[in-house]
Design a protein around this ligand. Structure first.
Ligand code: PMP
Length: 308
């Protein structure tokens, strides 16, 4: 997705013009991937723009920072307000929001603590090409020859930049092989997730997704979809998924802030179920988008109004 500049970026405590939010090439994070980020979306609703999962994403941001020893120099409420302010002041109706916390400029060497911790929050439109097709027909996916990080190598529960070296290898390989996305197995060969999405399978009426112990990022959308499924009376299970279940699943889909709920139509060239979006996927999509767009009652308080 090509970036469309917006007027402002929140940078270390204040809104600055988009082009002024810059860093030095010797910034620690540029060399050692010492940055943590979030991806959040704001949706247009009948009552105005609202951020989906604001508290869940801010909580995960602080958890990621704690895992990789990156002390955010602002309290949680300040970051929460800054996210809303960034959307509001850029006058977005719908946008993607990217908070970023990183080790800045000062000293070079892996030891991070001689560098300041800096924070930026950007918000910009995220327009999907062929959105309708993607959401109705779904993606062709290939199982990657790369594995997710072993649990004692990198912290998959932290949304830390370094983990995305793995994601980039996965998506590049998938596209080179002619697929739209990659699906990665964990170090033991069980299904883990996509390059930047959690994965779900429907098998004999039950909704399956890998557990947090399968080297996944614990997605906010994943948690929402599990909740939605239970409310729709669909049985759910979070347990290890052997690779061969991909072949016999009736339906499969990805979830994520960018992916939302996107069907998977084929895996390694083999149709998933009938090769079209299945009925369970469709029901979950309808409820997810209904809540996100403010058309269905937000009983769980997942939406935070931006208020102009
Ligand atoms: N896994 C990875 C590796 C991701 O980057 C993302 C996107 N943040 C997800 C899963 C989905 O998480 P969420 O639903 O919170 O966007």
């Amino acid at each position: 997705m090509k970036l469309t500049p917006s007027p402002y970026i929140w940078f270390n405590g204040e809104l600055v013009p988009w082009d002024k939010a810059q860093i030095h090439v010797l910034t620690h994070a540029m060399h050692y991937a010492s940055s943590v980020f979030e991806g959040i979306r704001a949706y247009p609703t009948p009552k105005g723009t609202a951020v989906l999962g604001l508290d869940a994403h801010v909580t995960r941001l602080y958890q990621s920072c704690k895992i990789v020893h990156l002390p955010i120099p602002f309290p949680k409420d300040r970051i929460r307000d800054a996210i809303l302010e960034t959307v509001r002041e850029n006058k977005h109706d719908a946008c993607y929001i990217r908070p970023l916390v990183y080790r800045g400029y000062g000293a070079l060497g892996v030891w991070p603590e001689d560098n300041p911790v800096e924070v930026a929050i950007a918000a910009f439109p995220w327009v999907k090409t062929n959105e309708k097709d993607l959401l109705e027909k779904g993606l062709s996916v290939g199982v990657s020859s790369w594995r997710r990080m072993a649990p004692d190598t990198l912290p998959s529960m932290a949304k830390v930049a370094g983990n995305y070296v793995n994601s980039a290898l996965v998506i590049v390989e998938a596209k080179r092989h002619g697929y739209q996305e990659g699906l990665v197995l964990d170090v033991d060969g069980y299904v883990s997730e996509g390059s930047g999405q959690n994965v779900f399978l429907v098998h004999e009426g039950t909704l399956w997704t890998p557990p947090v112990g399968a080297s996944i990022l614990a997605g906010v959308t994943r948690a929402y979809v599990l909740q939605i499924a239970r409310e729709l009376g669909i049985e759910t299970t979070e347990q290890r998924i052997p690779r061969e279940m991909l072949a016999i699943a009736d339906e499969a889909f990805f979830t994520g802030t960018v992916a939302e709920v996107t069907p998977i139509r084929s895996i390694d060239g083999q149709d998933v179920g009938s090769g079209a979006r299945g009925p369970v996927t469709k029901r979950i999509q309808e409820r997810f988008f209904g809540i996100a767009r403010g058309q269905i009652d937000d009983v769980h308080g997942w939406l935070t109004p931006v208020r102009r």
